[in-house]
Design a protein around this ligand. Structure first.
Ligand code: PLP
Length: 421
């Protein structure tokens, strides 16, 4: 009988067919338990019991979808996965212990020795190390190309290229790459396109709509949004998530803890209003920075002066996002030994004069965070590597939070106005 062979699946919520992102962000998940809780429950349990041995056997054999062990499935974690997949517009998602372990899981699931990856040179530093150094050891070859040079991506394709990997906008220089064009190149080569959507989140950018196959998230950033936990996820088709990545997760165990999943799940409920408010603040800050005499250049996709402004507006729902980067002019002074040092002194001065902003290299918090990329997130690169990536000693990155814009500009004005330029 066909019916009895059908896999028993976990129930789904009955949400309106065309429910919008804001609705899905507060509603998608799993049905409530028999107690009828309104807020999603936190299931802190490592394993799940079964009514009898035969049911346990059916669940272990995969004939019946049920919760077995929290290394691979847990109701709270699944609520987060379903909700994030709904926001990204993918069939499924799999939660991981961090953004980096999402990338690790993706590479382990998709690639084998002899395979080739084309990756933007401007992706998160740890991603470059993971691909180049760690997976280089296992015979996975990566070619790093310019974020915005579409010809370079095309030229880097080899017969055994399996994956294109991009992050847009990039950190900290906010370079934007064309997702639809990269998807065409990937698919023409029989490869997949993965996009790290950390900076925009699905509230501003849905890469699958432009042809991306996989979306990578660090839940640590805007998805949680309040700097509380480390988390990650991959979003994609049911076949890739449950067919390709779930078996790797069962064996390798880079699982997200249910507690952290619950924190990020609740963070998603305010994602769209936070992204809208923080991006509006960032736009005002970027416009104000452009007017300041001590500023050399402002990097913000929402500004018409940004080299990929038009593309960013098209891809990012008309928003520049909430990260603003800028460079200051060098301090004039006898003790400024060389130009790079003078630039660093100026940047440090502006950072040290702030009283509201948190000095930390994280991003995506409701609090405004300020950092000097050249000596923190990109401090392990040589000066030449940094300059090739467009990162100078004069550069300051601000992850704009929810404080009042006038308080933020006053906080930055303190250092900018006292720079001896
Ligand atoms: C932070 C970050 C990561 C890594 O995420 P973790 O949660 O810190 O492991 C990956 N990509 C981008 C763009 C990030 O900002």
């Amino acid at each position: 009988m066909a019916e009895s062979n059908e896999k028993k699946r976990l129930p789904r919520l009955a949400l309106p067919a065309n429910a919008r992102l804001e609705t899905l962000a507060v509603r998608e998940g799993l049905p409530a338990s028999q107690w009828g809780e309104n807020a999603e429950a936190l299931f802190l349990t490592s394993s799940f019991t079964h009514p009898d041995a035969a049911t346990a056997a059916a669940r272990f054999a995969g004939e019946e979808e049920a919760f077995v062990y929290s290394r691979f499935t847990n109701p709270t974690t699944m609520m987060f996965e379903r909700r994030l997949a709904a926001l990204e517009g993918t069939e499924a998602a799999i939660a991981t212990s961090s953004g980096m372990s999402a990338i690790l899981l993706m590479i382990m699931g998709l690639l084998k020795s002899g395979d080739h990856v084309v990756c933007s040179r401007s992706v998160f530093g740890a991603t470059i190390i993971l691909l180049e150094r760690e997976f280089g050891k296992f015979g996975v070859e990566t070619t790093f190309v310019s974020q915005t040079d579409i010809g370079a991506w095309r030229a880097a394709i080899k017969p055994h290229t399996k994956l294109l990997f991009a992050e847009t906008p990039s950190n900290p220089t906010t370079e934007v790459c064309d997702i639809a064009q990269l998807a065409d190149i990937a698919h023409g080569a029989g490869a997949l396109l993965a996009v790290d959507n950390c900076f925009c989140t699905p509230a501003l950018q849905q890469p699958v709509k432009m042809g991306a196959d996989l979306i990578i998230h660090s839940g640590t950033k805007y998805l949680d949004g309040q700097g509380r936990v480390v988390a990650g996820a991959i979003c994609g088709s049911d076949q890739l998530i449950n067919g390709t990545f779930m078996p790797v997760m069962r064996g390798a165990g880079m699982s997200l803890s249910p507690f952290n999943a619950w924190v990020v799940l609740k963070g998603l409920e305010t994602l769209s209003i936070r992204m809208a408010a923080q991006s509006a603040n960032a736009m005002k800050l970027a416009q104000w920075l452009e007017q300041q005499p001590a500023i050399d250049r402002v990097y913000y996709p929402g500004l018409p002066s940004h080299p990929q402004h038009a593309l960013a507006m098209k891809q990012q729902n008309g928003s520049g996002g909430a990260v603003v980067t800028f460079t200051v002019k060098p301090v004039q002074g006898a003790d400024a030994v060389d130009k790079q040092q003078a630039l660093r002194m100026a940047a440090f001065h502006v950072i040290d004069c702030t009283k509201l902003c948190s000095i930390t290299a994280n991003l995506g918090d409701t609090k405004t965070l300020i950092t000097h990329p050249a000596s923190t997130s990109h401090g392990r690169l040589s000066e030449d590597q940094r300059l090739a990536a467009g990162i100078t000693q004069a550069m300051i990155r601000v992850s704009v939070g929810l404080e009042h814009i006038d308080d933020l500009t006053a906080d930055l004005a303190c250092g900018l106005d006292s720079l001896n330029i």
